[in-house]
Structure formats: C-alpha cells, structure tokens
Design a protein around this ligand. Structure first.
Ligand code: CDP
Length: 796
C-alpha cells in the first residue's frame, strides 16, 4: 500500500494555499525601500524640467548650496566630469542622467539636491535657477517624422531625424500575393494610448557606499536586481563583486521597475561622494510623469479575407512613440518587442509586419506594463482587427474566430511571424465562454433592446501570450542571455530554503515556489522558506517581468528539486542498504521496490546528508539549477464582456464579464484567480478611465490621480472566472504556463469590442481608449470614429 503523502495537504501543486507573504503585508509589516533607515542617512530630491523641449542656457545652483542642511547639489555638468551625465539604456541607446545640453521631456531630471531631510532638499531644488530656451516640442510620431521636424536626439552622432528603428518581420512578397487574391480587405487604424503602470509604491533607492570596505549596497525598488548590479558595475565602473543590490518588498512593479532610472544613479554617486547613505524616494507625480510609460503605439492594419470568412493574410504597420530615450528593456533581436506574436492563435498562412520607432518629447516609454514585451498591443490590435473583419464580412463574431483558430491537432504550430506554439484548446475555451455568457440568448436580447432604443453590446477577445523568455538562443537583453536560476538548500532537519533569480512584486512567489518543492520532494510547503531579491545570496537571474517567473524560475525550482531528489535517492539506498536501482520514489519517501514497507522519508535522507553519508559522498543536500527554457509557454484565454451604452450620455456599464483562462497546470489556483482578477481590473481601467496624454506643448495631461484613475472595488465590475480548460505545457517540467499578465493583455479589447458592438449599424469603427463617456457620446452623436492621439484637444 502506498504511503505517499497527500499532495494537497502538504501544500503541493493544486493547493490553494494562503499566501505566506500576506502574514506580514496584512499586518502592515512589509519592509519596503522607504521603510529602511540607515545611520547617518541623507535624502535626495530631483529637480525636473517644466518644459518638454528646451536648450539649457545655464544652471545656477549657488542659492541651493547656501541653504543650511544641504550637503550636495548635483548637476549634469558635475556628472559629466565623472563621465556619468549619460548612461547606456537596456536597448542600446543612451539616456541623460542629468540634463546638460537640452531637456527633452517634461519631468526630465535636471539637478539633484542631497540634504539632511527631504523637505530641505525639495526647497533647495526650487532655489536652483535654470535658464531655458524653449524649442518646438514633438508629441506624436507624425510630428516626429514630418519634414523639418527638430531633431530631438542631436546629442547622438549621425542622428539626423527622429527615427529610432525601422524593423520588419514576415513575408512581404507572399503577403502581397495573398492580398491580390482576397475577396475582401478589411482595414483598421487605431491608437493604443500611453498608459502608466502606476504601482502604488513609487521608485526609490538607498545607496550606501562604505569607503572602509569599498562595498556599495543599494536597497532599491527593482524587478531585476542582478541586471541592475551589472548595469551599476558598467556605468559607475565599480567592481561587480563589491556591489550588492537588495530589492526588499516591492509595492507593485508591473514593468515600471525594470528600467534603470537617473534617480538610482544619482543616489549612488552621491553616496560615493559623501560617504553616507543617500535615500531617494520618488513622489507620485514624479513617477507618473517621468518613469516607464507603456504602449503609445499606432496601428495601420489590413486583413485579406475570403468571402467565406477564411483569413488569407495580415499586413500590419505599427508606429511606436518611445519618448526621448529608447530605454525600455526589449530582447535585443526584436525592436518592437513581441508585437509579432499577433495572430499566433489564428491559422493564417502569411503575414508581414513593419514597425517604426520614433523619438518624441515625452518621457521614455514602451515598458512591458504587465505584458511580455508589446504583447498587449499585439493582442489588442489583433482582436480589434478580428472584430472589424467579421463585421465587414457580416459574419458572427464567434463563428469567425472559431473557423480561423489553430485547431487542437495542428500543434506544434508555426505562426505567420515565425513563433512555434506548442499546445492549446482554443475552440474549447471559446465554447466554454460563449456558454457561460449565454451567447445566443444575449444576441436575441440585443436585437429586442435595439428596437426599444437601448444599446447592448457583446465583445469577445482572445489572447495567447508568449511567456517565459528565453530561450537563450533568441532572447537576450544587452547580450545577456535570458535564462533563470534556483538554489535549494535542504537543512539536516528536512527544512529548506529556496532562492531564485526572479523577484516577485506581489505575485506570491514565496508561496508558490515552496509548492513546487513540495510537489517534487514531499517536503511540506510550510517547511520551505523562499527568498528573492538579494544579489549577494540569490543565484543570478534576469528578474521578474513579462510573466517569466513560473515559466523560467519556477521551472528552475522544479529542476533543482530533482537534482536534490537524485542525491537523496543515493542516501536512501545507503540507509536502506540496497542498491540505488532497487529504490522507488513516492511523494515524500523512498522505499525498496521488493519490500515497500521498508522506506525512508526525505527528511531522514536530509539528516543522513549531514550525519551518515556513504563513503566518498560529498556531504550536504544543496544544489543550484540554471534553466534555459526550450521554448516560450503559450497560455490562452477568452474574455467576453456584455455592456449597455446610454445613447444620451455615452456612459457604459458592464453587465457581465466571463474569463476562460488556460494556463496549463495551476500551481496555486487561488493565486491564479487573483492574478486574473487583477489583470481584468487593469484591463477595465485602461479601456474605461485611465487618461494620461500630452498637449501640443508637451505638457503631460492626466499626471495625477484625479485624472489617471485607479479603479477601486466600487467601480470594478464582477468577473466570472472559468478554469475547466487545462492544457499542460509540454516542455515545462510541471506543465505550467505563465498567467500573471494574460487578463491585462487580452482584457482591454473585450471591453472596447463590446462598446463598438453596441454601436453597430451607426458606422462607428473605432473609439480609442479610454472610452470616456464624452468620446462614446461623440461617436454616437456624430457617427464617426474618435481618435485619442495626442496632442490632446482642449475640450478633452
Ligand atoms: O512572472 P510573474 O510572477 O509576474 O508571473 P507568473 O509566472 O505568471 O506567476 C504569477 C503568480 O501565479 C506566481 O505566484 C505563480 O507561481 C502563480 N502561478 C500559478 O500558480 N500557476 C501557474 N500556472 C502560473 C502562475
């Protein structure tokens, strides 16, 4: 009879174990960067540019220096003497740390003051006099490429215009041939507006340089501590082994905390110069106007169609507005991230994508805000194009998708842009969603309601997201290959510690990594502690963004557990006095195949590793695994929304939202649900209320929480989640696929499609997000598309 442990009871795979990190968070005992106070610590504040584009004629900091309590004023000129006025970005560009020649966006860092407290530092910033000569600002790609446009990056040798890259992927000639044979060509132009990840905790750092040991310790809000360590070593020319980056609890990252920000660099230099710890904590406005924006991409998309509904080809042109510096992290081969993951779930023979990136006088943007490098834009464009195409053909939305999906027996499937998807049940997910929302009934109600002047709409969105970059053959950032790592130390009493190169920001890694070890070794999850975020202790890793933790670091946790189990098997054979081949494993225990009652637990093996190992065996039970995934993981989801639009006001309400997510094996179903709920909430916010844009002078409009709204439970509609479709990832050691971002990626198109569907018959093809009531009202009243592209109109 098996004596295997009950996996759910020990908190293994599939257990909805309560999040262990919440023990401290709900008690208010989280330890965030701003909670840390070091002896002798000084405070840094940043002076930011009020103008979007201006030449700096002079900076006079003398009045700031005179203020009692001020220890240091840093300007670009001073940074330049140390070769630190500019720094390399994660995308092979350069970025000003403190402006020297020009300011290139509103909110750009111009000077820093380090003082006894943040208030003195702030006052001293205001005492710095900067003489600006205004230059014409550029706030969108059209202006950037217009004849005679001022060159924003005139600091760069050989840069004669505002184009960062022109990139293409796919088969141009094949796509042209397919378009020539199309019965119908469907075209859609739209803008995915700028949005801001807006974590509750802003960015910040405390740099602590110790002259006696030459060690630099930096506590900071980074999602990728090891990458920051490498960047600091290269930028500040400090020896890497003397740099320790500690990323304590993070109050949300969402991609905002991946880039290297000038504030980090200035606090480090200030600490080195002053030999005292220097703390910089960004304020909300600083975060909203100057740090990692997302999206801001324009699409001109075309679909070649056969009359019966078959998609023959896709042609896409995207224009990405990167702001003044190309500073977001992208896998270096792919200039526009993974935009070419568009249409991966559809069986399309041929496609071609051209992408252009431009500089504008806006804060650097393009970060992967809760998405895998531009997948959010890709899926939004895809599902908006799909809806428009079905409408152009007069076809049912669900039927059009159903007939064009990659079918279950077509895997592995090569997408038109070259990815290899390996598993999924797209049709089944759609059927589950349609049934849950009562599709046929709703369509009937919609018809009836329309006769009485009520506008009901239904929007479908599907998404498949390439999660878990690498593999290292194709994915690198600045040449550093994308893989990840885990270290597992099992102590002699059978308790264990896992460390990974990932860094969670609220996703629950401390809970779920322990569940993977419990699944592999039978050590109860409560006996395993998880630690991340300290480069002196954690093995090297690329960090947490792009939902890569489970696909890569989570896989490394499984693989290192297997290494431990292999050694424990040898210890078990030794304890049971049989050969290793005679030993069998069941959860938590090795036993003799021919005498199953005679066995040893994993805990007994752990004790033996320190007290009774066989001759010649290296003592201890510890190991490290580096995991280079063979492919990305490809979760799939269907989101369906029903809405009612008020024709008098343009206000729209969500009636129902159904989500069907297939992320393979769920480690912790409760955490997965939380991830989906959060993602849907962000999708709702982006589509309905989050407004941050720029006026013609380059002023950031919506740079406060009165305009850029974070939805509370009050505004957020209810969501109905479905988990019945499970397609394990064929190459992930435990069959898991990423989930953290799926709903934020696929959700926005469902809301927009629903509102556009409600207006069907009015000739409105597109309303750009956010679908604010006035925009919807304008579309209804004037029966026209409504663009949200900046510069913002004065009446918005
Ligand atoms: O990289 P990030 O942690 O943001 O995203 P993720 O890997 O998709 O994981 C988000 C959270 O969901 C983590 O705590 C995962 O362990 C958990 N998860 C899960 O329980 N089952 C999955 N199949 C995927 C993720």
């Amino acid at each position: 009879m098996s004596q295997a442990l009950d996996e759910i009871k020990i908190g293994g795979l599939g257990a909805s174990r309560k999040r262990v990190e919440d023990n401290r968070f709900i008690r208010g005992k989280g330890n965030y960067t701003d909670d840390i106070t070091l002896p002798g610590m000084l405070h840094m504040e940043i002076l930011r540019s009020p103008l979007a584009h201006a030449r700096i004629k002079s900076i006079d900091a003398s009045k700031a220096w005179d203020i009692p309590g001020v220890h240091l004023v840093l300007t670009g000129e001073m940074m330049a003497t140390r070769n630190l006025a500019w720094m390399p970005t994660l995308s092979y560009d350069t970025q000003a740390v403190l402006a020297t020649d020009k300011v290139r966006f509103q909110g750009q860092e111009v000077a820093c003051v380090i003082a006894d407290d943040p208030y003195i530092a702030k006052d001293a910033c205001e005492a710095i006099e900067v003489d600006y000569e205004p230059l014409p600002p550029i706030v969108n790609p059209d202006q950037a490429v217009a004849e005679g446009a001022p060159v924003i990056r005139d600091d760069k040798e050989g840069q004669r215009d505002n184009v960062i890259y022109d990139w293409e992927v796919g088969d141009a000639a094949g796509t042209d041939r397919a378009f020539a044979q199309a019965d119908v060509i469907s075209r859609l132009k739209l803008h995915y507006p700028r949005s801001h990840p807006s974590p509750i905790e802003c960015c910040g750092s405390i740099a602590d340089f110790n002259r006696a040991t030459s060690k630099l310790t930096v506590y900071m809000t980074t999602q990728a501590p090891h990458i920051i360590r490498a960047a600091v070593a290269l930028v500040a020319e400090l020896p890497e082994h003397m740099i320790r980056i500690i990323s304590p609890d993070i109050g949300g990252g969402f991609g905002n905390k991946v880039p290297v920000y000038p504030g980090y660099v200035c606090s480090i230099l200030a600490s080195i110069l002053l030999e005292r710890p220097v703390k910089w904590i960004e304020d909300k406005t600083g975060n909203l106007i100057s740090t990692g924006f997302a999206r801001d991409v324009y699409l001109d998309g075309e679909m070649a169609l056969r009359r019966d509904g078959k998609i023959l080809a896709i042609r896409m042109h995207t224009d990405a507005d990167h702001g003044a510096f190309f500073s977001d992290a992208q896998p270096s081969k792919f200039k526009i991230g993974l935009m070419h993951s568009a249409f991966a779930a559809y069986d399309i023979p041929v496609a071609h994508l051209t992408a252009r990136g431009t500089y504008t006088n806006k804060a650097p943007g393009g970060v992967a805000y809760r998405c895998s490098f531009r997948v959010t834009e890709a899926m939004f464009f895809q599902e908006r194009m799909v809806q428009a195409a079905a409408d152009d053909l007069g076809m049912d939305q669900a039927e059009f998708r159903r007939m064009n999906f990659v079918q279950d027996d077509q895997f592995p499937h090569r997408t038109p842009f070259g990815f290899l998807t390996d598993s999924g049940q797209y049709g089944k997910c759609l059927e589950v969603g349609l049934k849950a929302v009562g599709y046929e009934d709703f369509r009937r109600q919609q018809e009836e309601a329309r006769k009485r002047g009520r506008l009901l709409g239904l929007g479908i969105s599907t998404m498949t997201e390439p999660l878990g970059a690498g593999n290292s053959r194709e994915y690198d950032i600045l040449g550093i290959k994308m893989f990840d790592s885990a270290e597992l130390k099992v102590h002699m009493t059978g308790k264990a510690i896992v460390r990974t190169g990932a860094r969670g920001q609220g996703q629950g890694h401390e809970t779920t990594w322990a569940q993977i070890v419990a699944h592999e070794l039978g050590i109860p999850a409560e006996d395993i502690v998880v630690e991340e975020g300290d480069t002196d202790t954690a093995p090297f890793g690329m960090g947490t963004y792009a939902s890569r933790s489970t696909p890569v670091a989570g896989a490394a946790v499984a693989m290192v557990s297997r290494k431990i189990r292999a050694k424990a098997r040898k210890l078990a054979a030794h304890l049971l006095e049989v050969s290793e081949e005679d030993v069998e494993w069941e959860l938590g225990r090795f036993y003799i195949r021919s005498a199953p009652d005679r066995g040893v637990t994993i805990q007994e093996c752990a004790m033996a590793a320190y007290s009774n190992m066989p001759d010649g065996m290296e003592p201890g039970l510890e190991n490290t695994a580096y995991y280079d995934p063979p492919n990305l993981t490809w979760p799939f989801a269907v989101y369906i929304v029903t809405v009612e639009v008020d024709p008098e006001t343009g206000v729209w309400d969500v009636l129902n939202m159904v989500a069907v997510d297939d992320c393979g094996i769920r480690i912790n179903p409760m955490i997965v649900e939380g991830q989906i709920m959060g993602g849907l909430t962000e999708a709702y916010a982006m589509s309905s209320m989050q407004f941050i844009t720029f006026d013609a002078d380059g002023n950031c409009v919506g740079s406060n929480y009165m305009d850029y709204l974070l939805p509370t439970a009050w505004e957020t509609p209810g969501f109905e989640l479905h988990s019945e479709v499970v397609t394990p990832c064929p190459h992930h050691p435990i069959g898991a696929k990423g989930i953290g971002e799926c709903a934020a990626v696929g959700g926005p198109a469902a809301f927009v499609n629903a509102v556009i569907d409600a207006l069907s018959g009015m000739g409105v093809r597109n309303i750009d997000m956010p679908l604010l009531p006035d925009r919807v009202w304008e579309a209804i009243t004037y029966r026209r598309d409504v663009s949200g592209a900046p510069p913002v109109r004065s009446d918005d």
